[in-house]
Design a protein around this ligand. Structure first.
Ligand SMILES: Cc1ncc(COP(=O)(O)O)c(C=O)c1O
Ligand SMILES: [Zn+2]
Length: 389
């Protein structure tokens, strides 16, 4: 295990990684730091080729103790697919448009990556009961990994969350509470009850390890592109763990000499009805605050306030990226277009990325010869209500 310490993303306070911990005393998220020089000595990209295609292939850059068996369901190792038909339609060169299909993860979304690592770490550090507020897919992933690890899962979801998300939690034996409100209301309930109930809170960025699981998307992208990064990444953003995790992965890989210093322009894609990061990006703000009356059929994007807002905004600006808000009608139509052109089972959040790319191509922000990665973060099968409506 190569973890050195936990460091606050905001104030720089440091903590021992040998404890179950949520936030810094200043109330901001904690980042996992590694002895990257030691990892670079222990493993090289060439060693990875012989390993199984799941996210544990990057084991040295993950926080779990070396001799601990992770509660795996086969997460990660998702395909990076060429979508030449869409590239042609968008006036891009063949081979330049790629779709990272996270729908094929266990529980049908990229949330499996974060929860696999967070649940493994919570168990290693002594937690027995885990709780989470969820827009939908995170709850399903926690339910599955908690079941796999033999831990209790307590999940708080908005009452109008997709039925498939409720079902997957129930099927995995989780305790589900439906809340009249948004994910922020669910979060408040977890906060209020966790101490009395002995729950460990695994909310987005309120513990350090979901980001570690999500960062493996960045490692995979680099490996699948021959240790090069694309020019542009479009990512549907709610709490932001994926965006933050990938940027962290790029920094780690550069420090280990696995990639160079060139970075993709990171694009945060949100729904017009809930776009706190887009609003803050164009206002030049360092934090995003709360987006009032949040509404969108893309359940994963219905996150009106994100504790990692300042980290995301920093990443977008430093990478020369941008932020795009997409109407619900467009993201649903583009999910169908993505599915029809690629065969992947696209979710509304994945459709949002295609809608955003169309806009950026029209504006001339993305050039025909640039390599672009769209993230389809989950399976469209969970969104029967959204697609039927
Ligand atoms: C399918 C899907 N895409 C995107 C997101 C947003 O992810 P993040 O919280 O990492 O920004 C979610 C979150 O629930 C989701 O379920
Ligand atoms: Zn702090």
């Amino acid at each position: 295990m190569f973890t050195t310490q936990l460091t606050c993303w905001a104030c720089g306070n440091t903590y021992s990684p040998d404890q179950l911990i949520n936030l810094c005393v200043c109330g901001k998220p904690l980042r996992v730091d590694y002895d990257l020089a030691a990892i670079a000595r222990a493993v090289s990209p060439r060693d990875l080729a012989a390993r199984p295609r799941d996210l544990w292939r990057y084991r040295e850059a993950l926080p779990l103790l070396a001799d601990v068996e992770p509660p795996t369901l086969g997460e990660g190792g998702t395909p990076l697919l060429r979508v030449d038909a869409l590239a042609a339609q968008l006036g891009m060169e063949a081979g330049r448009l790629l779709n990272k299909d996270e729908a094929v993860n266990p529980t049908g979304s990229f949330k499996a990556r974060g929860m696999a690592v967070a649940v493994a770490m919570a168990k290693q550090l002594g937690a027995r009961k885990l709780a989470v507020p969820s827009a939908g897919n995170a709850g399903g992933a926690l339910a599955a990994y908690a079941a796999r690890a033999g831990l209790e899962a307590h999940i708080f979801m908005p009452r109008d969350v997709p039925a498939a998300n409720r079902l997957e939690c129930a099927l995995a034996g989780a305790h589900v509470t439906l809340v009249d409100g948004l994910i922020t209301d669910c979060a408040r309930l977890v906060q209020e009850r966790r101490e009395a109930e002995g729950w460990f809170d695994v909310s987005t960025l309120r513990e350090p390890y979901r980001v570690e699981g999500k960062k493996t998307m960045g490692y995979e992208l680099a490996e699948q592109l021959g240790w090069r990064l694309p020019d542009v990444i479009l990512y549907p953003t709610g709490g932001g763990t994926g965006l933050i995790g990938m940027a962290k992965a790029f920094d780690e890989m550069e420090a280990m000499g696995w990639i160079g210093s060139r970075r993709p322009r990171m694009v945060s894609v949100q729904a017009a009805g809930c776009a706190p990061i887009v609003r803050a990006f164009f206002a030049g703000a360092r934090e995003a605050g709360t987006f009032e009356n949040a509404q969108t059929v893309a359940a994963g994007l219905r996150v009106p306030r994100a504790i990692g807002d300042f980290i995301m905004l920093d990443i977008l600006r430093k990478s020369g990226g941008t932020a795009v808000a997409v109407e619900d009608s467009a993201l649903l139509a583009e999910a169908r277009a993505l599915g029809a052109a690629t065969g992947v089972c696209a979710c509304p959040e994945g459709g949002a990325c295609l809608a955003a790319l169309r806009r950026l191509r029209t504006e001339g922000t993305v050039q025909p010869d640039e390599t672009v990665v769209l993230f389809n973060t989950g399976s469209g099968l969970k969104y029967t209500e959204a697609f039927a409506g």
